[in-house]
Design a binder for this molecule. Structure first.
Ligand code: CIZ
Length: 321
């Protein structure tokens, strides 16, 4: 597949907001809402959001939101996290069918049974999981703070890491400690293969930054492995004028705006010209407008689950400071 190349943003003429984007901003004001958008959603949504970031940044923004309504453009576990952290607010989602393959790979009942095999082990769960799995966890982490969260435990503490085995194995490499890994993965990131990335790197003579949800063989041919938020600093500081990005391609919108003088290349997985997340793609500007108009669909979380999950998420926010 031919990679998609994005020329420096600074050379592009600025486009005015579309009619539908303006309508979203008008409705947002009318509803006293704040729009939070993940780095992986469409550019036209990122352009009207009050905050664009990764799960960690979005969690702080949701917790601290003062508006009456939080509209969360991302996937279900992120919107659920916002509701858990700020239960008094109305939380809307453009499409509640936006799920996550990692979340699906770890049903709460199976994790509960797994935990029984390791009495005394602490459970660190990647934020890409259901509220019910969060409720079974001692602490939550994101890709941006996973190393820090795991290092918070004494060296001899036994840790179950769920649900991403690739993020877990990367954390093991970074910390030098063994963990008990749940056998889940992100089907999008796991599709990258080392051969394609290596070839692209040689052809373009440019460094690759990839996400830790990629398989180890793919990570090993990359120049930097980090969370989406950390990719921005790395791309800014790397001397190369061209950067190859191995994560969901919408991340490049954020990178281009933050680092406008560089060329970004979307690293293609084996069967497509760029990596996409079918769940994040369910967020469209039309659905964003409609959810503000109709004040629906709203996110709700069972109170018992929310209470336990909140403790694990708040511990992460505290340990990440
Ligand atoms: O932490 C997140 O939001 C995800 C899913 C990826 C990243 O690295 O930002």
């Amino acid at each position: 597949m031919k990679p998609v190349i994005f020329q420096p943003y600074q050379n592009e003429p600025k486009k005015p907001l579309s009619a539908i984007q303006q309508e979203v901003l008008r409705l947002k004001k009318e509803r006293n809402a704040v729009i939070l958008a993940h780095n992986y959603v469409a550019n036209e949504i990122q352009e009207v959001a009050d905050f664009v970031g990764d799960s960690l940044g979005l969690s702080y923004s949701a917790r601290d939101a003062k508006a009456d309504v939080i509209v969360f453009c991302g996937v279900d576990f992120m919107a659920e996290t916002a509701k858990i952290l700020n239960p008094a607010k109305t939380v809307l989602m453009p499409d509640p069918a936006s799920g996550c393959s990692l979340e699906e790979s770890c049903p709460a009942a199976e994790l509960a049974a797994f935990k029984k095999q390791y009495p005394g082990a602490k459970v660190v769960s990647y934020i890409n999981c259901s509220g019910a799995v969060k409720a079974l966890s001692d602490v939550i982490c994101t890709s941006g703070n996973a190393v820090k969260i795991v290092e918070h435990f004494p060296k001899d503490e036994q840790i179950i890491f769920a649900p991403d085995r690739y993020l877990g194995s990367w954390v093991e490499e970074q910390t030098g400690r063994k963990m008990i890994l749940w056998d889940g993965c992100c089907c999008a990131h796991a599709s990258y293969n080392a051969e394609t990335l290596k070839k692209l790197r040689e052809e373009l003579n440019a460094p690759i930054v990839c996400h830790p949800e990629c398989q180890k063989s793919a990570r090993d041919v990359c120049d930097c492995v980090c969370s989406t938020e950390k990719m921005i600093k790395w791309a800014r500081e790397n001397p190369s004028e061209t950067i190859i990005v191995a994560t969901v391609a919408q991340m490049i919108h954020r990178l281009r705006r933050e680092v406008p003088n560089k060329t970004f290349v979307a690293a293609p997985p084996p069967n497509a010209d760029r990596l996409s997340c079918r769940h994040m793609d369910k967020n469209t500007i039309e659905k964003l407008r409609d959810c503000l108009k109709n004040m629906s669909p709203q996110v709700s979380v069972d109170e018992e689950i929310a209470q336990k999950a909140r403790a694990a998420i708040e511990k992460m926010l505290e340990w990440s400071k």
